[in-house]
Design a protein. Structure first.
Length: 69
């Protein structure tokens, strides 16, 4: 595992921690209506997953190209 992978994994973990704190903050805040709260929570969950999927495909492509060469 190279340094680049470790940095990406650490960033992903940090994003999930921030997402959890954001969800708790949104859920406790009474300023938003319930529909806006649901949308914000959904987006907060979705963004790190998109990052994880992109990283997974990068890792698959990268390991495949290393095996070929």
């Amino acid at each position: 595992m190279d340094t680049y992978s470790i940095i990406i994994i650490a960033t992903a973990v940090l994003m999930f921690v921030v997402a959890i704190f954001t969800i708790v903050d949104i859920a406790r805040n009474d300023q938003y209506s319930s529909r806006i709260k649901l949308n914000l929570i959904f987006l907060t969950i979705l963004i790190p997953f998109i990052g994880a999927i992109i990283y997974f495909f990068y890792l698959k492509k990268n390991t495949h190209s290393q095996k070929v060469s």
